[in-house]
Design a protein. Sequence first.
Length: 52
Amino acid sequence: MSYQPPFQITNHALNRIVDITQILTRLSLTNSRNLHLRKENRLRAIQSSLLG
């Protein structure tokens, strides 16, 4: 006995899923890079305030 969902998965739907996944992956990578840059800038600011 197999489950039959009340919809069909079409090529169009699969293509949209791929597009969404790619966008989310890019956003995730961008956010992690921005977090790293913020940490670096904070460390530089602290260091310059200690030295200056």
